[in-house]
Every structure is written in C-alpha cells, then in structure tokens.
Design a protein around this ligand. Structure first.
Ligand code: SF4
Length: 350
C-alpha cells in the first residue's frame, strides 16, 4: 500500500480534493496486489449518501445509494463515464482506475434511515456504478449497507455484474424476510470474445449467470437486465438466442433487453474502441446513432420483440427454490456467433 497525498502542499491538495469530491476528507491510496495494480482509490468521508434521482419521473426509482464512483469493471460503453468529468477526472482510463470510495457509507445510511424525515422509500443500488465491483472485496461497504436496510426493513434493489454479491447471500436472505429485495444481474450477451474486449474488468457472463442460479436456488428471485445489446456485434438472431437460452437456464425470473446507448463521455470512448477493434463498423455506428445517444426506435423495438419472443419460447418466468427448471442448460457449445448483420437502452445501467 502506498500513501499518495504527501505532496508539496498536502493540506492544500486535500482541501481542494475534499471540495471536489463533496467530502470532509480525502485520502488517496494504491495497493500492490495484482487485482488493484494501476488503480488509485480516493477514500472520502461523504456528507450524504442517499441521493434523489434528478428527473425521477423517467426512472422506476427515486432514491439511490452509490458507495463508489468510477468502476474497475471498465465497460467501454458505461454511461456513468460522464460523471467522472464532474470530479475533474477524465471519462476514459480515469473512470476505470480512479475510484472514489465513500468509506462512511454504511454509518451514514443507517443514520439517514433512522431519521424521522425518512419515509422508508425504495432505495436502488448499482444504478450509477457497480456496488459489487472489485473494490468492494477490499472495502466491504455493502454488508453494512444491507444490514442497515434490513434493520429498518427498508425495501431496496441491487443491479450488478459482480459475482461478489454472493458473499452477502445470508444478509440478502435476512433482508428479504423483512422487506422487498429486488436483485438483477446484467448480462447483455454471452459471446466471450466480445466480453473480453468490451467489458474487460467484469466476471464472465457465465459466472454472472451462476449468480442468478445461486440466488434463485436460495429463494431470492433474480432478473436479468440484458444490457447492452450491442448493434452489429451482439444482436444477430443466433447471439440473441444463445443469450436468452443461457439466461433461461440460469432460472432468471425475467429478462429485460436494453439496446446500447451512447451518451457523451461514453460515446467518445466507445467509438475509439470500435475504431480499434472493429473499424469497418464505424460508419454504420455513426449512421445508427446519428440522431443522438439512442439507436432508432425501430431498432430498439425489433430487439425487444425478438428477446420477448425468445423469452416466451424458453419459458422464462418465476421459479421456486428447489423446483426443477423448465429449461436445461445447453449441453452443447453455444451456437456459432454469426457475423455482424448488414442491418443495423437509455439506461445501460450496467
Ligand atoms: S456498466 Fe456497470 S459494471 Fe460496467 S463499468 Fe459501468 S458501472 Fe461498472
């Protein structure tokens, strides 16, 4: 471990950082262990932890808790990249490697939940960055957060790509006995080549589906956010079928498709990635996203319809713990990945 706040004017730097991060104090650390090499953690004591979603009417939730900013899962398309620019950090590599950690999140949340003004509304987590990213393995903020929610019987939901959530299985079970707990895992595709380049810091899609399987086996229903469906790279009929089939085999209670969207901050980073790995697609993307951050409605509708039809075919729906699944896991290799088709999710939450 190294302390990095020993600069020529440490007090001045800390005051500036504290103002920038909206915190009372900032300590910057790096760790030498392989999984954290190249990553800098900015530990802050946040002043608040429950945030109201601006324009909440468009979202299915109004309150969020985000113990981290930045995400080592490093998904190239991540819509949250833009938020790093508010910290004077860049939306590319800095987003992947400069991680803000609200070390007092559990105690702050417990205090807020106990406040007379708090009405016990639903709290959504994992809606900005992943609360079960690798940093959580070291900082262990989620157990305290879930325990606070459990103790106040406060409903909540978690969206994640992190297999680390299974560490907190017992706490999740306890919470689900006293309040509504919704868990969703994000799996946009099962193509391993695509995964390695576009979601380089995440657990493999199969491991994420193992999470779904384990949660449902323990009586905690878990849906899959099939996001993002990536045009021309993850949207062929064969790819959609392979993904929905794998989701069904995991016992997911639902599948919700969302097409890639490219807001400023993510768009530049994604297009640079596309230029590097799939340069022949750059013009097609420019045309598909010519109107802004979203793919055209006709395209979104087509993907949604295809996924819903496949979900129906594979019988995705609620399963009870201990009951046999309706869909057997595929015993043969996934269908070959079709080449990009000639044709051509606002909330790529995760
Ligand atoms: S999409 Fe989700 S998991 Fe990926 S980098 Fe962004 S917050 Fe992390």
């Amino acid at each position: 471990m190294r302390w990095d706040n020993l600069t020529a004017d440490p007090a001045g730097d800390r005051a500036r950082d504290a103002a920038l991060f909206g915190a009372d104090a900032v300590t910057t650390r790096t760790f030498d262990s392989p999984e954290f090499r190249g990553i800098t953690f900015h530990e802050i004591r946040a002043r608040s932890i429950v945030n109201r979603v601006p324009g909440a009417s468009r979202m299915p939730f109004e309150w969020t808790v985000n113990p981290y900013r930045g995400c080592t899962h490093a998904c190239v398309y991540c819509f949250a990249r833009k938020t790093h620019s508010y910290l004077d950090l860049d939306t590319g590599l800095d987003f992947d490697s400069q991680i803000v950690v609200k070390v007092n999140a559990p105690e702050l949340l417990r205090r807020q939940l106990g406040s007379r003004r708090w009405q016990g509304e639903h709290i959504a987590m994992g809606t900005n960055v992943d609360c079960y990213q690798r940093a959580e393995g070291r900082y262990r903020l989620m157990p305290g957060i879930i325990a606070a929610l459990r103790d106040h019987a406060n409903p909540f939901s978690i969206l994640t790509k992190g297999t680390l959530i299974l560490r907190d299985l017992d706490l999740l079970k306890q919470a689900s006995e006293v309040t509504d707990v919704g868990i969703s895992v994000s799996v946009g595709f099962t193509d391993s080549q695509l995964w390695r380049t576009v979601e380089p810091g995440t657990p493999a899609p199969e491991r994420r589906l193992d999470v779904v399987r384990t949660l449902t086996d323990h009586g905690i229903g878990c849906g899959v956010l099939m996001a993002p469906v990536i045009p021309f790279l993850g949207d062929s009929p064969a790819q959609l079928r392979a993904t929905v089939r794998a989701i069904a085999a995991s016992g997911a209670t639902s599948v919700t498709p969302l097409v890639l969207h490219l807001r400023p901050g993510a768009r530049e980073w994604f297009m640079a990635w596309l230029e590097h790995y799939h340069p022949y697609l750059v013009r097609r993307y420019e045309r598909l996203y010519a109107e802004g951050a979203y793919a055209p409605k006709w395209y979104q509708r087509r993907i949604t319809r295809q996924v819903h039809e496949l979900a129906q075919e594979y019988g995705i729906g609620p399963t009870r713990a201990g009951m046999p699944r309706r869909i057997a896991a595929p015993s043969e290799p996934a269908e070959p990945v079709a080449p990009a088709t000639p044709e051509p999710t606002q909330l790529t939450l995760l």
